[in-house]
Design a binder for this molecule. Sequence first.
Ligand SMILES: *Cc1c(COP(=O)(O)O)cnc(C)c1O
Length: 354
Amino acid sequence: MIIDLRSDTVTKPTKGMLEAMFSAEVGDDVFGEEPTVSALEEKAAKLFGKEAGLYCPSGTMTNQIAIKVHTQPGDEVLCDTTAHIYNYEGGGIAFNSGVQAKLIQGDRGRIAPEQIIENINPDYDWLTRTQLVCIENTGNKAGGSYYTVEQMQSLAEVCKNNSLRYHLDGARIFNAITELVENGSDLSNGEIKSRINAKALEIGSCFDSISVCLSKGLGAPVGSVLLGTNDFIKKARKVRKVFGGGMRQAGYIAAAGIYALDNHIVRLKEDHKRAGHLAGIIKGLGYVDNLLPVETNIVIFNLDKKIKPESFIRTLAENNIKASGFGKQAVRFVTHLDFTDQMLDEVEKVLKKY
Ligand SMILES: *Cc1c(COP(=O)(O)O)cnc(C)c1O
């Protein structure tokens, strides 16, 4: 048994998902004739109350396309210091869009409305035009922390009042949503789903554009969707082609995305429960210095200075547990669809023995 806690991207399609993929109806999406891709795009757009969607190979591409459409070269993007668009997209905002980032030190990835206001440049010839605010929910490098709807709304208000565009890197937005709705065990699946849908609509109305990953906790093998107005998505579709992301019979993979939206949202709560359980174990370990608060499915902790992270990770690997170093003394575990209670027990044993 290999236990892979490096990321929630490591999941493999379930049997039901594979069946949906095999039976997908397909066509050529570059010609606009892909029924399954169109169905996924419509479904995701409708879920967040947006006019249209665009299916892309990755979350990096959906973010990069959004930034390209929202900005002109020389513009400035405001984001948190931990932002994926700044740290983990290969300098794409400069490479693809010729824009620069002004980094804001938020509260574990979450920026406040006043911080936006303070960082908007006045309209002088020699200053960069502040054009776009990009937030991440949940925050990845920030340790899975999430914004509430009220927080997202108050940032939206500032953006609107200052003519800034507002993009959500919602790679893990459903992890945030499952925490934002009440979903006690007394509620039926259908009731939880309808609460999730209502919350997604509230979130959708805040943003000019939203990127959602299907290949993280939702368990699809590939893909992300970008959501926005018809006009925005029309422009985004052209940029996707230029970036080399126009796909043909992509319905086979899009079908996995549809299946994931139908079947894998409510269960994210289980991943959070297991992450919380891991946090409880890790807190009690003598060799751990600091554990970030665990809010969703990401667990980040610092090892005591006496322990080298490489050697800790090697020992885990020798016990069939894969984990990632996360800079300096930090280690990251991410729980997901393929991480079971039995694996959790095994991890507990290995951690306590170390
Ligand atoms: C994973 C991730 C992305 C997109 O990553 P891809 O690997 O390109 O799909 C974007 N933003 C955040 C916060 C992520 O965690």
